[in-house]
Design a protein around this ligand. Structure first.
Ligand SMILES: C[S@@+](CC[C@H](N)C(=O)[O-])C[C@H]1O[C@@H](n2cnc3c(N)ncnc32)[C@H](O)[C@@H]1O
Length: 270
């Protein structure tokens, strides 16, 4: 990522303030700002910081650094306005992957992409499955560098995929590879940014039809996925939702009506 795209506190706050004014008006934006700073202060107490070490078992087992406990105050404050770094629990990840396995698809033809890959724990866990390749996209350069070091350090006899890569980029500008994809989301983006990223993905799917699964952990913004014409939900519990790109049915193409007009979808590979 070029330095002009590196988020600073100043640029993040300015953008957040502009978006907030447009969406919520002045006073609500002031209240939201106060809430963010209050959350940040609450999360900074010694008790809360100590509690974050509770997620370090994985690091002990594999001699890596994926805990949220050691994220510095600057990146935690940035995280308040983008999305705070929190790694996925390994047991939840295994459960979700068991669901993927039950689909009886050949993972070897899929690229696994973790949007908002942070320190890369999900990339390491996904590497234990036979994906074609594993890719992470992370906004914050400090977290991205730790992810790269983790990928180099990771050693596990059960590793099945060795093409593991982390890239530093804003998910809203990410160009999706023209490959079948398992897209992993653990609430990396606020609603407007998620819509922007999905619109890019749908455009890419329209131009190059292929199968995409969206595996959404703790799906707080599930309604955003549910409202997209290009995806439909095929599995889910309160822990995750699994969406799949729509297959072409009998030669007809799904149509997306989006307020100002409709967009015709190119054929989606089944
Ligand atoms: C809840 S954490 C998830 C970490 C990781 N995916 C996991 O499950 O272990 C969300 C991550 O999204 C990142 N993020 C926030 N906004 C982003 C953006 N616009 N582009 C890419 N990453 C972003 C945050 O920095 C954070 O690391």
């Amino acid at each position: 990522m070029s330095s002009s795209h590196t988020p600073t506190l100043g640029s993040t706050l300015r953008q957040w303030w502009r978006d907030g004014l447009a969406r919520d008006g002045f006073w609500q934006t002031v209240r939201n700002l106060a809430n963010h700073f209050w959350d940040f202060l609450r999360e900074s107490t010694p008790a809360q910081r100590r509690q974050r070490y509770g997620d370090a078992d994985y690091d002990w087992d594999y001699r890596v650094d994926t805990t949220s406990a050691t994220v510095n105050w600057h990146d935690r404050l940035l995280g308040e306005f983008h999305s705070a770094y929190q790694p996925t629990e390994p047991s939840f990840f295994r459960e979700m992957m068991a669901v993927m396995a039950s689909l009886e698809i050949d993972l070897r033809s899929f690229t696994f992409i973790d949007v908002g890959s942070g320190k890369g724990r999900v990339l390491l866990m996904a590497a234990d499955y036979p994906f074609r390749r594993v890719l992470g996209v992370e906004l914050l350069p400090d977290l991205h560098r730790v992810a790269q070091a983790n990928i180099r350090a990771y050693k596990n006899d059960s590793q099945r995929c060795f093409r593991v890569e982390a890239v530093a980029a804003d998910a809203r500008e990410f160009l999706f590879p023209i490959e079948p994809i398992v897209l992993y989301l653990f609430n990396p983006l606020p609603e407007a940014a998620l819509i922007e990223m999905l619109s890019n993905l749908e455009r890419s799917l329209g131009e190059n039809p292929r199968t995409v699964y969206v595996l959404y952990h703790n799906p707080l913004l599930e309604h955003v996925l549910s409202s997209r014409a290009a995806f439909h939900k095929i599995r889910g519990t309160h822990q995750y939702s699994l969406f799949r790109s729509r297959a072409q049915v009998g030669g007809s193409m799904p149509t997306l009506n989006q307020g100002t007009g409709s967009r015709r979808w190119a054929k989606f590979a089944g």
